[in-house]
Design a binder for this molecule. Sequence first.
Ligand SMILES: C[S@@+](CC[C@H](N)C(=O)[O-])C[C@H]1O[C@@H](n2cnc3c(N)ncnc32)[C@H](O)[C@@H]1O
Length: 267
Amino acid sequence: MSDEADLSVVYSGAVDEVLAAADASRQSQSLDVVYDFAVAACLDSSSVVVDAGCATGERARELIRRTGCRVDGVELLPQLIEWGEAETAAAGMADRLRFQQGTILNLPVPDGHADLVMCTDVLGLIDDLPRAVGECARVLKPGGAMVCHVTVATDRMAVFEQAELDASQGTVAASMNKALLEQALTKHFVIEKTVDLGSQHRLHAIESGNNETLTNLVRAARLMSWPDTYRPVHGDLAYRTALTEALWGVYQLLGKLSPVVWLLRRP
Ligand SMILES: C[S@@+](CC[C@H](N)C(=O)[O-])C[C@H]1O[C@@H](n2cnc3c(N)ncnc32)[C@H](O)[C@@H]1O
């Protein structure tokens, strides 16, 4: 037994008391803080937003619903743009959200175009952070704001877990390092607000009745327990990618990954 442990505590009622205390729900925040920060940046129906790495534009459409702004969405993958355009037309927002294919490393947007840049869950995939952040600053008007959300790795993340994420999900370990991210961001921006959500948004979802993370925990357990059932049928890469996809939210719930949201200002 280690010197630190005390078996009389392990088998004491004190432990049950702590566990019972942890049954009580706490005030956990959702990822809606992204929109709260955008609204705090004073967006209205005359504002122009660039959503860098917009995927199908789900967040852009939510921002339009909340503020009436106009969004230029830039996305790398043409397939996501095709789906996004169909979803945007179905939502009656084609006049507010326009998609362009392109990369955050060379945004197809003129200098000083936007009042706000939104960049959510993208920078962790980018291996040239200084260039990506520089591009976000370039397309902003002086005094414009950026809302940036990156899932960072914490000290609880094991090296092999990060390596498997990088190999199967395309993440870049250095770009998920909070200190290195802030170093790149503060070259062009002043940090006005930061929220480090830790486990909170996953807890918030579970407490709101959304069981996605718990479902993925069970999926991950099955995938890890019986790899020979899944790998030969679906292939090694699909198996590993599905496993890290399932583990992503579980790692957030356990505090190995933490979504951080910054409100930044271009001086
Ligand atoms: C995790 S998704 C986040 C999508 C969206 N921003 C959101 O929060 O729901 C990451 C997105 O970034 C896009 N992406 C990856 N590399 C990119 C790049 N170099 N330039 C622009 N988009 C990129 C991916 O195709 C994907 O749509």
